[in-house]
Design a protein around this ligand. Structure first.
Ligand SMILES: C[S@@+](CC[C@H](N)C(=O)[O-])C[C@H]1O[C@@H](n2cnc3c(N)ncnc32)[C@H](O)[C@@H]1O
Length: 256
């Protein structure tokens, strides 16, 4: 089974203390989508707040190490909210939920971790089978026009985040570089997590990641061909419309 590497798992929550997308998902789910399937739920960054807000959430992930982290975090919420969260190890290409969810979420560029066009098509086919008619699908992707930036063109390292560890008194820097192949639309990212302690000692934890990026009309056509109707395309979690400069390309679609 294709797993997140140790270095990715170890630093995931620390490098992504991001919460801006959570109210966005709550707003889209509203009262009409009480049963939610999050695909690629990771450490439960989104699934746990949704379960705490009263949604019944199936948090699916391929990586046992990420699920283990989510399980640890699940134990910190109230017992009644814990009952709202089911953690499942499985693949978003083939997982079938019973009962069917009212909504499927694929946050944080996770759909791009499916490295081929074929895998992405298979995943959408599987989501279509999971959802009832009018079921909601939210797919959060990088905007390729923003993502394929100068740093990737020049293949130089860029500091994407620098965070102080609340307990260990270290700074954790996340550096990224990458190169991309326009023919396959695959980016290979090179990541270095660098920790610096108060005495100036540094340690480096590298990992690579492949992401298959998609363009706006490619994604729209793909969704339509797989039986979805695109309702909106947002450029950020504040519901602003997608444009060339948007950081994100977030598709809100419904099963036809
Ligand atoms: C970028 S993280 C996102 C985690 C979480 N959704 C969040 O927003 O913080 C991507 C997650 O997707 C999982 N993943 C990658 N490919 C997958 C697949 N084919 N099926 C299920 N999970 C997958 C990885 O193990 C990882 O935990």
């Amino acid at each position: 089974m294709d797993e997140y590497t140790d270095n990715q798992v170890r630093f995931y929550d620390l490098c992504l203390p991001f919460e801006e997308d959570i109210p966005f998902y709550k707003h889209l789910l509203g009262k009409d989508h009480p049963l939610v399937l999050e695909m690629g739920a990771g450490t439960g960054r989104i699934s746990i707040p949704l379960a705490s807000a009263g949604y019944h959430v199936i948090a699916l992930d391929k990586s046992s190490a990420m699920i283990e982290k989510a399980l640890f975090k699940k134990k910190e919420i109230s017992p009644s909210c814990q009952d709202n969260l089911t953690l499942v190890q499985g693949d978003m290409i083939s997982y079938q939920s019973d009962p069917k969810p009212n909504a499927v979420l694929i946050p944080a560029n996770t759909f791009m971790l499916l490295k081929t066009f074929l895998a992405q098509k298979m995943c959408l086919k599987n989501i279509h089978q999971n959802l009832p008619k009018k079921g909601l699908l939210v797919l959060d992707l990088f905007n390729p026009h923003d993502f394929l930036n100068q740093a990737f063109l020049e293949e130089r390292m860029v500091l994407v985040s620098s965070i102080s560890h609340p307990k260990k008194k270290i700074i954790v820097n996340h550096w990224v570089s990458g190169k991309y192949d326009p023919a396959s639309q695959v980016v290979q990212t090179y990541n270095i997590i660098e920790t610096c302690d108060s005495e100036g000692n540094t340690k480096k934890y590298p990992y690579t990641e492949l992401l298959r990026y998609l363009y706006r009309f490619e994604m729209e056509l793909l969704l339509e061909s797989r039986g979805f109707e695109v309702e909106k395309i947002y450029g950020w979690y504040d519901f602003s419309a997608y444009n060339t400069k948007s950081r994100k390309m977030i598709f809100v679609a419904r099963k036809k």
